[in-house]
Design a protein around this ligand. Sequence first.
Ligand SMILES: [Zn+2]
Length: 91
Amino acid sequence: MAVIRRCLGCQSTDSVENLLRCVALTHQVVVDEKVKLPGRGAYVHHNQECLTLSLQRKAWGRALKMGPTLDCNVLENLSRSTDLAKTRLNG
Ligand SMILES: [Zn+2]
């Protein structure tokens, strides 16, 4: 039975297996890679587009109930990571 969550980037729903779980720790977003951190989680597709979109929409502060001061550096770095470029079609 797949657990379905909504991506903060593209707003589509997907199985959590395809999504990256993130939680807020002391006003900072951290990636919950092992899916074991407590607290409110929010989800985003692990690709550049969805990460960038979610940041542009300032979706994290709202989703994690932390407000606009939430530090999203981790996600900004991830969204710039070249590792994620493979999910995009160039050209
Ligand atoms: Zn997405």
